[in-house]
Design a protein around this ligand. Structure first.
Ligand code: OAD
Ligand code: ZN
Length: 260
């Protein structure tokens, strides 16, 4: 295990130099340095045992059907926390990696849209995006600005049919979108990347941990970046302990990319 401020381990630096294809899995921790709260851990959205439970309930598929205003209030509260958030050094390092490599993909659980804002192209946002909307009746899709979501006071209406819009994100108790599941399978199993990098996620969901476990089983190199140990820390070949904003630029550089 490496701590923050250390150099990359020499064997990792050596391994990175030859790599041409990378799959990155990201979670809330990559946006922490942009001021976006994580879900779990100190200061996380689910940190307060009572309020945390209420947030989970409000952000569930069953509440959306029963009381869409309540779901939208929770979404609005989250959007207010992120309305001024801008991509950080970690998001930018991933943009440089994508430009320098032959193949690159980000599988993100984040709904904050910061990978997209930073300029990354190959993104599978498996949990969707809080700014994307879908009509609950006519399926019309659309997009709100972060300021618009932050100012919402009730469920926004569909401009096409007048019914209710929903956030086009995966809520608790809902299925993952099938097309994105196929893209994830294609990217991580059918034609797997040489190296799997997992950044800023507690990796609690099986479909998030699985590509890492698969790479470990096949002997492909794996790297985790996280200030805290997770269930993956003991499995991965390299565990870089510290914030994404300090480690990812070093990893990007070792992959043959240069800081502009
Ligand atoms: P979590 O809040 O569970 O975990 C955040 C992780 O980021 C933790 O492991 C932290 O140690 C780590 N972390 C904190 N600061 C960091 C930093 N500066 N650099 C790197 N890592 C840092 O968030 P996720 O794993 O993304 O789902 O949570 C997964 C899913 O659970 C979310 O997508 C959401 C939630 O329920 C849905 O909304 C469907
Ligand atoms: Zn509609």
């Amino acid at each position: 295990m490496q701590g923050d401020g250390d150099e990359l381990p020499a064997d990792l630096e050596e391994a990175l130099a030859g790599v041409r294809s990378v799959g990155v899995i990201t979670g809330a921790g990559i946006s922490a340095e942009s001021g976006v709260p994580t879900y779990r851990g100190v200061g996380g959205v689910y940190d307060d045992p009572d309020e945390g439970d209420r947030v989970v309930e409000a952000l569930s598929g069953s509440t959306l059907v029963r009381d869409p205003d309540r779901t939208w209030r929770a979404v609005t509260a989250l959007a207010r926390m992120t309305v001024d958030a801008a991509p950080n050094e970690a998001h930018r390092a991933l943009v440089r990696m994508e430009r320098a490599l032959d193949r690159f993909v980000i599988l993100t659980q984040n709904v904050d849209g910061l990978h997209h804002l930073a300029g990354s192209g190959q993104i599978i946002d498996i949990h969707g995006d809080v700014l994307a909307t879908r009509c609950m009746r006519c399926d019309e899709t659309g997009r709100l600005s972060r300021a618009e979501v932050a100012e919402l006071e009730a469920t926004p209406p569909c401009l096409a049919c007048g019914s209710h819009l929903r956030p086009d994100a995966v809520l608790f108790g809902e299925m993952l979108p099938q097309k994105k599941v196929y893209r994830m399978q294609e990217a991580f199993y059918v034609d797997p990347p040489e190296l799997v990098l997992v950044v800023g996620t507690s990796a609690l969901f099986p479909y998030i941990a699985a590509p890492v476990v698969d790479a470990v089983r096949e002997g492909r190199p794996t790297v985790e970046i996280n200030p805290e140990p997770t269930s993956l820390s003991a499995l991965v070949r390299w565990s870089l302990r510290g914030p994404a904003g300090s480690w990812l630029p070093r990893v990007a550089e070792a992959l043959g990319t240069s800081v502009p």
